[in-house]
Design a protein around this ligand. Structure first.
Ligand SMILES: Cc1cc2nc3c(=O)[nH]c(=O)nc-3n(C[C@H](O)[C@H](O)[C@H](O)COP(=O)(O)OP(=O)(O)OC[C@H]3O[C@@H](n4cnc5c(N)ncnc54)[C@H](O)[C@@H]3O)c2cc1C
Length: 242
């Protein structure tokens, strides 16, 4: 019978993660907290060691590990006294692209996410008037020629200042015109490196814990047609499946 005890398998994973964490003692974390600083070196070290590319298939340069293995990695980070909240999104946010993106999007983005040259750490869903009720979100993506023009606001978008890419959920069909309640939202992959100051403004939010989170304002942010992930209007399902 399979052994499901917490430390049954994964000994090598735990040891490997612990080896990375050993270079980041509690005193470092207390120092980061007192300065409200992001643990950039810690995240880079985890990426270098391959731990944050765990769920990316080997064909795209990741290790193709299971969700359980990924959970063990995050658990071990905390067990070692470090903070996985600074980086967990690099591990799982790419799932939206992996499951629903085109062959070209996967080829273009996944290898870079696996080797750390691209950071996909931001997930833009929550808005000031829609948290739990995601279907009420108001940020729009209007079609203009081949482009999409984004207007609206997100809140509590974590790690956006430390990310190259953001998965963004926006409304492409007005709620009253959508074929069903869950239709009309679409997912976009936003390359923030070229867009900050050109339709995107980030404002850090100070939180009780040291958590790099932000408000994001979109003012006529123009996205190319190939920023759309999967089919238009199906974004709510894609986000839930992630
Ligand atoms: C530190 C931090 C980091 C975050 N990072 C991200 C991020 O990276 N990306 C992102 O998109 N979002 C992020 N979030 C947002 C988070 O997902 C939302 O806070 C969450 O979805 C809840 O939304 P809300 O805060 O608007 O609360 P609300 O939806 O207003 O809920 C408030 C309370 O009411 C309850 N409630 C709501 N609706 C009902 C109902 N119908 N019946 C009964 N009870 C109900 C809720 O359970 C909750 O207790 C972050 C939040 C925090 C605090």
């Amino acid at each position: 019978m399979a052994d499901f005890s917490p430390t049954a398998d994964y000994v090598e994973i735990r040891q490997g993660v612990a080896n990375v964490c050993a270079a980041f003692p509690g005193s470092d974390w207390r120092d980061l907290d007192s300065r409200r600083a992001y643990p950039a070196e810690f995240v880079a070290a985890l990426i270098r060691a391959g731990w944050l590319g765990a769920m990316i298939p080997e064909d795209y340069g990741g290790s193709g590990l299971s969700l359980t293995a990924a959970a063990v990695i995050l658990e071990e980070i905390h067990h070692q006294g470090c903070n996985a909240a600074a980086c967990h999104a690099q591990m799982h946010t790419m799932g939206t692209v992996l499951r629903h993106g085109s062959a070209e999007q996967k080829r273009r983005y996944l290898p870079g996410i696996a080797d750390g040259s691209l950071r996909l750490q931001a997930f833009g869903v929550t808005e000031p008037t829609s948290g739990t009720d995601t279907l009420a979100l108001k940020t729009t993506a209007r079609r203009e020629g081949g482009e999409r023009v984004i207007n609206g606001q997100k809140i509590w978008i974590s790690r956006a200042e430390h990310s190259d890419l953001m998965v963004l959920l926006a409304r492409t069909t007005a709620r009253e015109q959508a074929v069903s309640r869950t239709d009309g939202l679409s997912v976009f992959l936003v390359d923030m490196r070229v867009k900050i100051g050109k339709g995107i403004e980030l404002r850090p939010i100070r939180t009780m814990m040291n958590h790099a989170t932000t408000e994001i304002f979109f003012d006529d942010l123009r996205l190319p047609a190939d920023a759309l992930v999967g089919e238009e209007g199906k974004g709510f399902r894609y986000i839930l499946s992630g």
